[in-house]
Design a protein around this ligand. Structure first.
Ligand code: PMP
Length: 360
């Protein structure tokens, strides 16, 4: 089969060398005669691998020692519940910044667990844009501020980290983690479903400052309690062992690429190329204000919607798959996470230019 570039928003493509290594080790991992997924999470050899994966993530993101890294179940949505359960005590409220559909979902789930102050920062006009962080009307007494730096569906990315003046900042980084350098110390808690830049679905990473542990609401299920997870090295219950292993391979791969700063440059080049081709054409459009355009998820629309089906079919024939836009916004969406090589975006843009020429 000729090369396929998979633009799915998640589960997304994984680096080819990672998949090849996993395949090679599939039936006999490290000479055990078993697949890694058949081994106990309590076995020495598994624990060693699990610790190495955490150490590699810490190195990649420069995570300080006063932060715990938790390997959890439940995906991003699991954290929509876990965050308020762990961080929102009775009598306090939390600020939820709305910049698109995922932050909206996070806020509506959080409302089940406490007093939520919703702050909608979206502005619609000719271009969709958001209020800049310094103008957000934050409550100085909030238990925490929650926001989503990269909205996977809407294609909105907020690059500036908001200044919360000591109020713990919580970020849903599901679709942006490891795509560019960040200063972890500016955040109290970062979470991310794995299925975009980390590994397969089924694993969720939580990076949480230690002083925030131990304040969970009484009814918090044990498997959602960060302190329980931290006290048990993320093995209070059986973790998603195979996903953890694959995430470890992805971290090693990323280190081999030169780490986050190196992949950030590739990601910039990919996004710039794709947006340039969109902007230079009258046939393709993206309606997000340039300073808030996502470098991971690029929605675009054809000027004639009736050509969507033909565009998708011909793209698929060229090995350019999963470009259909999210059902709530329509059009197309190219998700170009770390594992998407520049060659994939070049192939997409060449196809887009040819398609436009042919149909216009
Ligand atoms: N937050 C963001 C930013 C996402 O992109 C997604 C999934 N696409 C989620 C949360 C929900 O993640 P999950 O499906 O793992 O619950």
């Amino acid at each position: 089969m000729s090369v396929v570039y998979n633009f799915c928003a998640g589960p997304a493509m994984l680096p080819a060398p990672v998949m090849a290594k996993a395949q090679q080790e599939f039936l006999n991992w490290q000479g055990t005669g078993s697949s890694v997924m058949e081994l106990s999470h309590r076995s020495g050899i598994y624990i060693e691998m699990a610790k190495q994966a955490e150490a590699d993530l810490r190195e990649l993101m420069l995570i300080p020692d006063n932060y715990k890294v938790l390997f959890c179940h439940g995906g991003g949505r699991g954290q929509f519940s876990a965050v308020p359960l762990n961080l929102l005590p009775a009598g306090k409220s939390a600020d939820y910044i709305i910049s698109g559909s995922w932050s909206k979902s996070a806020a509506s789930e959080a409302k089940k667990f406490g007093d939520i102050n919703v702050i909608d920062i979206t502005k619609t006009g000719e271009n969709t844009t958001v209020q800049e962080p310094s103008s957000w009307p934050l409550n100085p007494n909030a238990a925490y501020v929650h926001y989503c730096p990269n909205e996977t569906v809407n294609g909105i990315e907020i690059n500036e980290v908001p200044e919360t003046n000591g109020v713990p900042l919580v970020a849903d980084m599901s679709s942006t983690i490891l795509s560019h350098e960040i200063d972890v110390t500016k955040f109290a808690l970062i979470y991310a479903g794995a299925q975009k830049n980390i590994g397969p679905s089924g694993l969720t990473i939580v990076i949480v400052r230690e002083d925030l542990l131990g304040q969970a609401q009484a009814a918090t299920p044990c498997i959602m309690n960060y302190k329980t997870a931290a006290d048990n090295d993320s093995m209070y219950n059986t973790p998603p062992t195979y996903a953890w292993y694959l995430a470890g391979l992805v971290f090693q791969w990323l280190k081999e690429q030169g780490g986050v700063s190196a992949i950030e440059q590739v990601n910039k080049a990919k996004a710039e190329l794709l947006y340039r081709v969109i902007d230079e054409s009258d046939f393709y459009q993206n309606h997000i204000a340039p300073e808030y355009r996502s470098k991971m998820n690029v929605p675009f629309w054809l000027s004639d919607d009736s050509l969507n089906g033909q565009f998708l079919q011909e793209a698929e024939e060229q090995g350019l798959t999963a470009l259909k836009g999210h059902r709530s916004v329509g059009g197309m969406r190219a998700s170009i996470y770390n594992a998407m090589p520049l060659a994939g975006v070049i192939a997409l843009t060449e196809f887009m230019k040819k398609f436009e020429k042919r149909v216009c």
